[in-house]
Write a protein that binds this ligand. Structure first.
Ligand code: AP5
Ligand code: MG
Length: 216
């Protein structure tokens, strides 16, 4: 399953919930890159300056990383992609990889949101250092300031969540990722989700679509 939508649409928030409910791995390419950067790997050193400017990481790097990840045994029953694919090349390559791994079915959830909401969501976002749990200082604050409710770890502000970089990320989405909406629509794979509703309502509408898709 693929969650498609602009920065701040709520892909990570929903992917965590859906992955938990359906017991599937949550594969966020953004989280994978941030982990490489933390570990200072050669892949992380390539991705870091691009992410800092809100640009996409080149397709060959992303695809190699994803291909390795979905070859792991925990992906045998499927997975939830968050932030991948993000270009037409990535989408076409994903089809090839899925065919190779005999993954026959993909559902693409297009998270539709008014761009005017995104700056506030992203500048207000805080992430827990240990488990990646997602908060928002305006709309979903933790019970104790700066501390994750789930695991007590420190909450951090993502380095690319500054107004200038957010604008670049939104522009990259429009330029390179939005064409995937028509691409998946033409294949009859796209379901639109109202991502402006509150997070619980968004989860409920995603579950409705997935439960229907699971039915024989
Ligand atoms: P990535 O980490 O994927 O970032 P992104 O796409 O910019 O998306 P975000 O994580 O910012 O937003 P989200 O939709 O997950 O929203 P969230 O749930 O956190 O990518 C980062 C970078 O890595 C890219 O810029 C690129 O450089 C690189 N990269 C990654 N993948 C790549 C790829 N495939 N190809 C090339 N480069 C790649 O929610 C945001 C906030 O809103 C939170 O505070 C949350 O609490 C709040 N919120 C969520 N839902 C709601 C709701 N329904 N109502 C109110 N508030 C809500
Ligand atoms: Mg995210």
């Amino acid at each position: 399953m693929i969650l498609l939508g602009p920065p701040g649409a709520g892909k990570g928030t929903q992917a965590q919930r859906i992955a938990h409910r359906y017991r599937l791995p949550h594969l966020s390419t953004g989280d994978m890159f941030r982990d490489h950067i933390r570990r200072d790997t050669s892949l992380g050193r390539k991705a870091k300056p691009l992410m800092a400017h809100g640009e996409l990481v080149p397709d060959d790097i992303v695809l190699g990383m994803v291909e390795d990840r979905i070859a792991q045994p925990d992906c045998d029953n499927g997975f939830v992609f968050d932030g991948f694919p993000r270009t037409l090349t990535q989408a076409e390559d994903l089809e090839r990889i899925c065919r190779q791994h005999h993954y026959g079915f993909t559902i693409v959830l297009h998270m539709v949101v008014d761009p005017g909401l995104l700056m506030r969501r992203l500048t207000g976002r805080r992430i827990c250092k240990a488990g990646g749990h997602i908060y928002n200082v305006y709309d979903r604050p933790p019970k104790r300031e700066g501390i994750c409710d789930e695991d007590g770890s420190e909450l951090i502000h993502r380095q690319d969540d500054t107004e200038g970089v957010i604008s670049e990320r939104l522009a990259a989405y429009e330029r390179q990722t939005r064409p995937l909406v028509d691409y998946y629509k033409a294949q009859g794979m796209l379901s639109a989700i109202d991502a402006m509703a509150d997070a619980d309502a968004v989860t409920a509408s995603i579950e409705k679509i997935l439960d229907k898709a699971e039915a024989p």
